[in-house]
Design a protein around this ligand. Sequence first.
Ligand SMILES: C[S@@+](CC[C@H](N)C(=O)[O-])C[C@H]1O[C@@H](n2cnc3c(N)ncnc32)[C@H](O)[C@@H]1O
Length: 501
Amino acid sequence: MAKRKREAAGKEKGNKKNTREKDQTKLSKMEAYEELLIWAKDKGIVLNGVEPRRIPGRGMGIVATKPLKDNETILTVPSDTLRTYETVPPLIARALPKDISIHGLLAADLAFDPSPSAKYRQWNAVCPMHEDVWDSLPLTWDHRLREFLPKRALELLLKQEAKFKKDWSMVQQSKLLTPTSGEKEDESSEEEGGQLNKTITRDDYLYAWLLVNTRTFYHETPKTKKFKKEDRMVLQPVADLFNHTSYDPSAEDKEGNRETCSVAFSPTAFTITTTRPYTAGEEVYICYGNHSNDFLLIEYGFFFDENVWDEVCIDDAIRPLLDQHHQPNPAQQQQPKKTTRRLNERGKKDPKSQASDQPPKSPKHLLEETGFLGNYNLDPRNPTGCYRTQVALRAVSALSDNPGPQGEKKFRAFVDYGQDPWEESPEEQAKLNALLAQALKQWRGDVIGKKILEGLSQLEWGREGKEDEDVVGRECHRDMLLMRWRQVGRMVDRALEELEC
Ligand SMILES: C[S@@+](CC[C@H](N)C(=O)[O-])C[C@H]1O[C@@H](n2cnc3c(N)ncnc32)[C@H](O)[C@@H]1O
């Protein structure tokens, strides 16, 4: 206990020091933003009635400095200030394989910038710091926290990691790094008027890669159309200071709900335009897309308390239901042998009896056959499960009542012909609801409660007697995971309320 108090006191001291450092950083950041505005004006970037400000919990954001009307263009970024695959210095671009992703190329541009003191200094200076990125983006977190990510978030993270690894391996093998690739070295090379920084580590490149990940805009032009969609990306100064808000189509016509501005590229400029009036001091947002909280967490390092586009994958809740309901029926196991061995006159199997040769299909089998195995979600618009979930429940219900062709016929009436034999009977409907409620309760107890929430809280102090070495990840990472799972728990509770009422 005394040791913990000492640790806490040390932590507090450390926190004070960090706060002082953060205050200093804030101060220098504000100066950096003033410099950025001067730089932006010089480049022809026009801000109309808005300016960057520090927003608690969101880094920087854009705020109205005067009352704004609906349909006012508040930012214009000329095309020649965009940072694209074409503006990467040849020194960098030529050193990398031609098939490196545009993401990887832009990250190399940021990381190896051969002229940091000249072209983009003011812009680089306002980007989030290494520490901000490491606090928020799960790609940088301790790998042991991965088992605590929701399924969909983990899938996204693994994809992201694969992309990063591919890009980094191309950089490592390129001439950009010295032969001891990835190691810090005190070397630089001068070529084509620029100084190439050859001392880049994996973490430096990861930092640049994640800045590109969180700050680029989708940019479709006749030229970028030759790339994959995910590579049609461009960095743009000042526009990348707008924070995200989700757009709620269900409340579209309610007064004041048009929270997001409209954005548009033309051949000459990128513009951001209001879609409603603003009062001075209000933060002005754009919409990065209709993203779930798992997506926002992995791709942008934050998520909302309430998000109309949120959804949570419940495959792990539904899977036990599918497994549990396809145990062969003992009565069936004893009977069928006689019929399946019946031969016709020529000693071949009677074709009529062949159907009964087949063991009855399991719900999993039926769902696989019809393309409905997996990808089940709960979301605020469908609190009792998406259409795929409803299909899975019907497969389980149909086959548990009638394990043979009759059950399959009933299931296929729903999937293939859009009929719903369950809808006609309140008891049948209640059975479906009970199946889902059973699956969700079990998942909430065993997985969300025990494995995740208890598991995460145990991580906080580590194992008994090994407090120092066993703490996994940072407190802010564990807090984000706890917050996310509490949200998932609330979504499950909402579903149970609807199912059980
Ligand atoms: C394009 S940048 C926006 C500007 C950024 N806030 C900054 O300080 O430079 C995207 C990043 O901003 C933050 N962000 C954007 N929208 C947010 C929101 N609604 N709440 C919290 N953070 C947000 C996330 O860190 C995200 O990765």
